[in-house]
Ligand binder design. Sequence first.
Ligand SMILES: N[C@@H](CCC[C@H](N)C(=O)O)C(=O)O
Length: 282
Amino acid sequence: MRGMQTRPIPSDGLPFRKMHGAGNDFVILDSRGMAPVCTAALAKAVGDRHRGVGFDQLAEIRDGVDTDIELDFWNSDGSRAGACGNATRCVAALWMGETGRDRVTIRTARGVLRAEMRGQAVWVNLGAPVLDWAQIPLSHAVDQQHLPLEGDPVAVGMGNPHAVFFVDDIAAVDVAARGAAVEHDPLFPQATNVEFVQVRSRGEVRMRVWERGTGITLACGSGACAVAVAGAQRGLTDRHIRMEVDGGWLELDWTDEGVWMTGPVAHVFEAVLSPKLLGGLE
Ligand SMILES: N[C@@H](CCC[C@H](N)C(=O)O)C(=O)O
């Protein structure tokens, strides 16, 4: 059973925060003490960059039962996501700032995640990679490290599916065209996020990303974790890497505990979602 859900949605609207992690931007709703607020229709209405607020993902903070908090994620097309690494980092930073604590447990669709402050950096453990084809998921049994697709990608699950392509010249990749085509390939029954990676050294890569349910984003945390795993599996990179993305830099460390990631967190503004928009009416 969830925590107390006593407060009604405020009649003058619901406060929200706009944040980003390396340019991957989020609307963050806090429905602790209330019944869950977000629906697919609300996510689409709020996510519209012309008629709403605009975001890559919406993250809803809810009361934790056996963890400090719970988090749900929606893409801007209204689809649910099982993981959102950069939003998890943003919310962890928010919560640690609120409470003065230096670590937090967060229940998400893929289980309990941990985040901790190391110096000034918020590190989040997105869990162990999923490498079994059926759990990623893929539509049938194939070699997870060499998918039967043009470009020979690697499939990695991080609570959400990722197809990782290693390329010689990332500037030459038409991310929009190729990303959109792979996202809905029949090999991925729940569609997939698509990452393109140029390896600079064993310790540094450059990534661009087409996100499921959103399109090109400036960064993708779960995608970055998938790249760290795929690169190590292929013997191309170490398990601890730095990654340049369109929106800045992320750092990844695949350990026996799972894949840790860190990167910048930025508060953009706070405002209120109007009651009409909350009703998905606008
Ligand atoms: N930007 C997120 C990934 C969000 C979910 C993804 N689009 C999906 O549908 O799986 C991240 O930082 O991980």
